[in-house]
Design a protein around this ligand. Structure first.
Ligand SMILES: Nc1ncnc2c1ncn2[C@@H]1O[C@H](COP(=O)(O)OP(=O)(O)OP(=O)(O)O)[C@@H](O)[C@H]1O
Ligand SMILES: [Mg+2]
Length: 351
């Protein structure tokens, strides 16, 4: 269990997976497109890409999946391979520091394999250039020797399908982005979709859950299946230890209050930031560093962990003069907007 002092890194509501969470997640992953909840558009688009490839008896176009953490990119990559009945070869951008790392993987591919590169925006330049050629011409140039005497030996690779996943599509160089025949953008989930995910996961975990208990967990999950599944597991603990094992509304509320996740999914740090911003600084504008010191956190933690969701919820605006609380933030804290509180210009723009 997380120490209180580690809470800011491993809060219950971060969208990134915790180190020991991968195995649990594997058990809850949908295995086919039909099992995937939500993401209607991407699901339909992908189904079409896969069906068309099956009709033509060819490997489908390369697929790029982009979107925030925990929304189902890895899940969809695995489903693409299983729908095609092909093996999935898995690697990640940070693992491909040298072109040789990628060459070794590419030259081991068989026809129709699906190559999944996670965090593709973190690949080295050299690997990236090799990938361009591989994706377009199914060829790699293996360089033998160094300096002026070096020679490039072209090596054919069998047609494969590349699936890339990224949380930062904007960081992908244009030429790489252009080599994907299809890009699926994953969106945050609606509460009713998360509700279905909670029911599904509860079923798989063998946890009895009531309708309003599931809805309560869904509404605190920040639009993110990973968080929904994580909250469900914590509420299950509470249900088993302190109640009769059933995840009811009362149990969900009591458990999530204990874990300091509020009705809309804000955690202690998120609320701390809003609280300091409104109560101590009159709603801002206040600089990031000052805000960080006031909540006793690192600048980066406030900026990267707390702020994105606060901005998404329309509670906080980042302006050139500093952070500003919106009327919704005051309302969430149960406070009246004071006279003279700063007003965020619309549209809100990022620094
Ligand atoms: N559409 C969905 N329906 C049901 N469960 C889902 C869905 N999408 C994601 N999940 C669940 O959420 C968890 C996280 O999903 P996944 O690992 O695919 O996210 P990701 O987008 O790859 O995240 P990251 O950016 O951190 O790699 C999985 O365990 C899966 O069970
Ligand atoms: Mg992933």
């Amino acid at each position: 269990m997380a120490e209180p002092s580690q809470r800011s890194q491993h809060s219950l509501t971060t969208a990134d997976a915790e180190p020991d969470e991968r195995a649990v997640e594997a058990a809850l992953r949908p295995r086919s497109l039909d099992e995937v909840v939500g993401q209607q558009r991407v699901r339909e688009q992908l189904a079409l890409v896969l069906d068309a490839a099956r009709l033509r008896e060819r490997a489908p176009d390369h697929v790029l999946l982009s979107g925030p953490p925990g929304l189902g990119k890895t899940t969809l990559a695995m489903i693409i391979a299983s729908e095609l009945g092909s093996p999935l070869r898995l690697t990640s951008g940070p693992a491909l520091t040298h072109a040789g790392d990628l060459a070794a993987i590419l030259s081991g591919l068989n026809e129709g394999d699906v190559l999944f590169i996670d965090e593709i925006h973190r690949m080295s330049r050299a690997a990236e250039e090799m990938l361009y050629l591989a994706m377009e011409d199914f060829r790699v140039d293996v360089v033998i020797g160094k300096g002026p005497g070096a020679t490039a030996i072209p090596l054919e690779i069998p047609p494969f399908t590349m699936v890339g996943a990224t949380t930062r599509a904007g960081l992908l160089p244009g030429p790489l982005r252009d080599r994907f025949g299809f890009t699926g953008h994953l969106e945050f989930y609606e509460p009713h979709e998360l509700d279905r995910i909670v029911h599904r996961s509860a079923g798989l975990l063998g946890v009895p859950v009531s309708g309003d208990g599931a809805a309560e967990i869904a509404s605190r999950s920040r639009g993110t299946p990973r968080i929904a599944n994580r909250l469900l597991r914590r509420v299950r603990d509470f249900a088993q230890v302190r109640a009769d094992g059933v995840v009811s509304l009362e149990v969900a509320q009591a458990a999530l209050e204990l874990y300091e996740v509020d009705e809309i999914g804000l955690d202690r740090l998120d609320r701390g930031v809003l609280d300091v911003l409104c109560r101590r600084f009159g709603g801002g504008p206040v600089g990031l560093s000052t805000l960080a010191v006031a909540v006793g956190e690192e600048r980066e933690t406030v900026e990267e962990v707390a702020e994105p969701f606060l901005v998404r919820q329309g509670f906080l605006a980042r302006t050139p003069r500093g952070r500003i609380a919106t009327p919704a933030a005051w309302a969430h804290l149960g406070l009246r907007v004071p006279q003279g509180a700063p007003v965020a210009e619309v549209p809100l723009f990022e620094e």
